[in-house]
Design a binder for this molecule. Structure first.
Ligand code: GLC
Length: 588
């Protein structure tokens, strides 16, 4: 195992700073709060932390609209607090990677304020500025009145038109995300130099790497080719909600693809990633890059671009079935192995943008059992796992149905569009907006059974409501005291993973390929072989693995079970597996 890099053996844990722990008592998470929970994280058994943006931001997109790349948001603390957090994390053996937003800045970033001030400003070309499509005055309009149209019909994936007009320049700027998030012009070498300075600033402080935000959106088609979809973003979202038949759903999917096809994954981005990699490689300590992207091409030849990309296709399902997982693994691992220097897998099922694992992959009846299986899957599949804060206690989505309480700007915008443009009944609009809002999976971490789940003081209103299920056992303190809790299983699984090299470095060998009820596989390294069985059904199973060449004639010794099972030798001809059981054994 010694030849692997730290980011290959590590289990990553994503902290969403605003919702993790409030140390100052103002209802907003902060570094003081995180610091007070580092022992919890170390004890949990994770190895690395990914911190969602902690930089100063007007918070239209809760930190993903950065107004200063070299500082700390005042609501989270000071740069000194950050340094303390970093050194205290390192002391506990926890690596730290930061979120790096390259595609855009905040519209309040000094770079943008300067760029928008005039076409003659030295930074005038730092963002993507274009003229109106029809600069010619129409004769029927009076003198000085012009029809102004955006440069093309591109949409922002968050809030309608991708172009916003600025009178100072009599031009439009482009924004793939909200209008408060103008896209940087990465074709300008000065932009690169300025951003690499910011990267070096954090590397100099000792951070271990970066999660690169939205890299697929960095370049757009220079010809500004219009999209062919006969509707705008709000209409498409609505069509998506209303699509019922397979044909309708397929049509909507095609529209989603076509609407943004000229705005994402355009040439130029790989050269840029290579350049960023050379910046990281100036530093010692195997600093790493992971892209918020699923495409294997971002790994370059396996050594010259990013270290990891996420296996997002695994998340693209309503239900994690054995069949779906097997197909995903086959495709993914084959692609990774085809690189000149083999790529390393990276799996995740949840983050601050997606519904909570417990809610998303549940069936409404066995949600808790399925959540346990999902987490076990993350910790046993080949590749680096990324976990999202709260997953370990089974936090669930909390849908806000009062639109005045929404905090996710894109949901607020959508509610407004539904009611005012699409004439949808306000009650239905509120529900739709609440469902699509990312607020539901960003509610504060639930630490105990005190008011506000122990996230902030009882008499303070947290920035997002705490999910009331904190009082029903979904909190850290109660689950720590309960040996049968998800949290304790999770901890136990993390320990098993750490002490079982094959679970980290072993090859993945699927077993019983046709099984619909359970997903069984081996992880095989030079020195060890592990059998994993995840029963996704409510049936008790009796399985026979004796026909498999790899394990024929061997004995199996249980290392972990989510059932009450004595961990002992088991019969590989008649292995009894309980309903929804997670079973891990060593094959000797
Ligand atoms: C990424 C982030 C998301 C953010 C967007 C714009 O997808 O994960 O939260 O809103 O980029 O920065």
């Amino acid at each position: 195992m010694t030849t692997l890099k730290w980011w290959q053996t590590a289990v990553f844990y994503q902290i969403y700073p605003r919702s993790f722990a409030d140390g100052s008592g103002d209802g907003v998470g902060d570094f003081k709060g995180i610091l007070s929970r580092l022992d919890y994280l170390a004890d949990l058994g994770v190895d690395a932390l990914w911190l969602s943006p902690h930089f100063p931001s007007p918070n239209w997109d809760w930190g993903y609209d950065i107004s200063d790349y070299q500082n700390v948001a005042p609501e989270y603390g000071t740069l000194d607090d950050f340094k303390t957090f970093l050194s205290e994390s390192h002391k506990r053996g926890l690596r730290v990677i930061l979120d790096l937003v390259l595609n855009h800045t905040s519209d309040q970033h000094p770079w943008f304020l300067e760029s928008k001030s005039s076409r003659d400003h030295p930074k005038s070309d730092w963002y993507v500025w274009k003229d109106s499509l029809t600069p010619t005055p129409l004769p029927i309009l009076g003198e000085g009145q012009r029809v102004r149209l955006p440069p093309n019909n591109w949409q922002s994936c968050f809030d309608g038109d991708a172009w916003t007009y600025v009178p100072e320049r009599n031009q439009y700027y482009y924004h793939y995300f909200m209008k408060q998030q103008p896209d940087l012009n990465w074709r300008n070498p000065e932009v690169k130099a300025a951003m690499w300075d910011a990267v070096r600033f954090w590397l100099d402080l000792g951070v271990d790497g970066f999660r690169l935000d939205a890299i697929g959106t960095i370049f757009e088609d220079p010809n500004l080719t219009p999209h062919p979809v006969p509707m705008n973003l709000a209409e498409l979202r609505r069509a998506h909600e209303l699509a019922k038949t397979p044909a309708e759903k397929e049509q909507v999917e095609k529209y989603w693809h076509d609407m943004f096809m000229h705005q994402i994954e355009q040439p130029g981005v790989h050269e840029m990633m290579k350049e960023l990699r050379t910046v990281l490689d100036e530093y010692d300590g195997d600093r790493m890059l992971i892209g918020e992207n699923e495409y294997i091409d971002y790994l370059g030849d396996g050594e010259d671009e990013l270290n990891l990309v996420f296996n997002f296709p695994l998340m693209r399902t309503e239900r994690l079935t054995p069949d779906f997982i097997r197909r995903n693994q086959k495709e993914r691992l084959t692609q990774l192995e085809a690189l000149p220097v083999k790529g390393w897998a990276c799996n995740t099922l949840g983050n601050h943008d997606s519904p909570r694992v417990h809610s998303r992959y549940g069936d409404g009846i066995h949600d808790a059992e399925l959540a346990r299986l999902s987490l076990a899957l993350m910790l046993t599949l080949k590749g680096t796992p990324f976990l999202y804060n709260g997953e370990e206690i089974g936090m669930t989505d909390y849908i806000i149905t009062d639109p005045t309480k929404l905090r996710d700007t894109m949901a607020i915008w959508y509610y407004d569009q539904l009611v005012n443009e699409l004439e949808v009944d306000p009650t239905e609009a509120a529900l739709r907006a609440g469902q699509m809002s990312r607020d539901k999976n960003r509610t504060p971490m639930q630490w105990n059974n005190a008011p506000n789940g122990g996230f902030c003081p009882a008499d303070v209103e947290p920035w997002l409501p705490v999910n009331p299920n904190y009082s029903k056992g979904v909190n850290v303190e109660d689950q720590s005291a309960n040996p049968a809790s998800l949290l304790n299983d999770y901890k136990c699984l993390l320990r098993v993973r750490k002490s079982t090299p094959a679970l980290v470095e072993g090859e993945y060998i699927p077993l019983h390929d046709a099984s619909q009820d359970y997903f069984a596989f081996l992880r095989k390294s030079a020195s060890q072989m592990i059998l994993v069985v995840l029963n996704f059904s409510d049936k008790r199973l009796e399985l026979d693995f004796s026909d498999n060449q790899e394990i024929k004639g061997k004995t199996i010794h249980a290392l972990f079970s989510s059932d009450e099972r004595v961990l002992a030798n088991e019969n590989l001809r008649q292995l009894a597996i309980g309903a929804y059981e997670v079973f891990i054994a060593e094959v000797k």
